[in-house]
Design a protein around this ligand. Structure first.
Ligand code: FES
Ligand SMILES: [Fe+2]
Length: 354
């Protein structure tokens, strides 16, 4: 429970992204050795790169000299050269050369630096840390049953015109299925029925405990008797972990705040069933359709949200959305009070009609 008179949270304003957390920057495959890519995250210009040895790195994409975007310059696998006056920076952001300045006027090694961001790479994803204190950050989830160098077999990235909170709530909302995802491959036309699911708190989030999935034809292709578990973790990661026989499939969905009203959704699917891999080109259109349905709904929603109406989070179908807001608020409060994060979610059965 929250203390009776909590201090005002500092940054839980609607759609303000959490800081002191890791965000997915890109799939590992998007940044090849010796290359850099430019990306905006949390409104900040980021240069994402990978050195010759294969280590990923992230720098602020602004030359400290006169503001030129460093990502537009050449990268030799060790140093980025600013195209404007040729200043060079290593992958830690240290300025290593200022060609126009004569010897006696050189500022000296290590004096000039462009901001570098902590980077981690795990199971085919590159994560960038935004904030000051990495020890506060929710752990990057490790997908059980897959090695550290696992790569998703299928990945789709879409940009949503909406803020991070609206996107998270849209992502975890169990009630829009029959309205938004009307597809032959996912739902039949049958009437809705009551679903009852057990939820438990889990690190920095909550988990719909392992159960037999009932409603969907999409699980049938896996064979065996699949069971599934769905977890949400701050700042904005949701993954469905399916076990079928000896095999694992995981739908790993992450949201990355691009700017105040743009959010990137990355849907990555991992599986260990070898026979599923040749079907990837067939699966992709279904994943695209499914994501587009979510994306279109949330984009249309923005027409109403532009008027900043008060919103209702009603009953069990919206309980996960309420938990998200509580988790986010608790993360901010724990930080402000200098105490450990205390998960506000309690074990509960949620019921809804879908
Ligand atoms: S702006 Fe980058 S070197 Fe001058
Ligand atoms: Fe959806």
């Amino acid at each position: 429970m929250f203390p009776s008179s909590p201090p005002e949270p500092t940054a839980s304003a609607h759609n303000a992204p959490l800081r002191d957390v890791w965000y997915l920057a890109a799939g590992s495959e998007a940044v090849t050795p010796g290359r850099v890519v430019a990306k905006t995250m949390l409104g900040e210009p980021i240069l994402l790169g990978r050195d010759k040895e294969g280590r990923a790195f992230a720098l602020r994409d602004i030359c400290p000299h006169r503001g030129y975007p460093l990502s537009t310059g050449p990268f030799d696998g060790r140093e980025v050269t600013c195209p404007y006056h040729g200043w060079r920076f290593d992958t830690a952001g240290l300025c290593t050369a200022i060609p126009a300045v004569v010897e006696e006027q050189q500022p000296g090694p290590g004096k000039i630096k462009v901001r570098s961001y902590p980077v981690r790479e795990q199971q085919g994803n590159i994560w960038v840390f935004f904030g000051e204190d990495e020890t506060l950050a929710p752990a990057i989830p490790v997908i059980a049953g897959l090695p550290d160098d696992a790569r998703p077999k299928l990945r789709e990235v879409v940009i949503l015109e909406g803020g991070i909170d609206d996107a998270v709530v849209g992502l975890m909302d169990p009630a829009h299925g029959p309205y938004i995802h009307r597809s032959w491959f996912w739902r039949t036309g049958r009437a809705t029925r009551v679903k009852e699911k057990q939820f438990e708190p889990s690190p920095w989030g909550f988990t719909m405990t392992r159960h037999k999935p009932s409603q969907s034809r999409a699980y049938l292709v896996l064979g065996g008797s699949p069971t599934t578990e769905i977890t949400f973790r701050l700042p904005c990661i949701r993954w469905e972990h399916i076990m079928a026989g000896d095999h694992v499939m995981c739908h790993f969905t992450t949201l990355t705040p691009i700017s105040g009203n743009r959010t990137e959704i990355t849907h990555s699917i991992y599986w260990t069933q070898p026979w599923l891999t040749p079907l990837t080109p067939l699966l992709r259109p279904f994943v695209k359709t499914f994501l587009k349905q979510d994306c279109d709904a949330m984009t249309t929603q923005q027409i109403g949200l532009a008027h900043a109406p008060p919103l209702l989070l009603l009953g069990d179908p919206d309980a996960q959305a309420r938990w998200y807001h509580r988790l986010k608020l608790e993360f901010e409060r724990a930080k402000a009070e200098g105490r450990p994060f205390a998960n506000p979610v309690k074990p509960r059965v949620l019921k809804w009609r879908t």
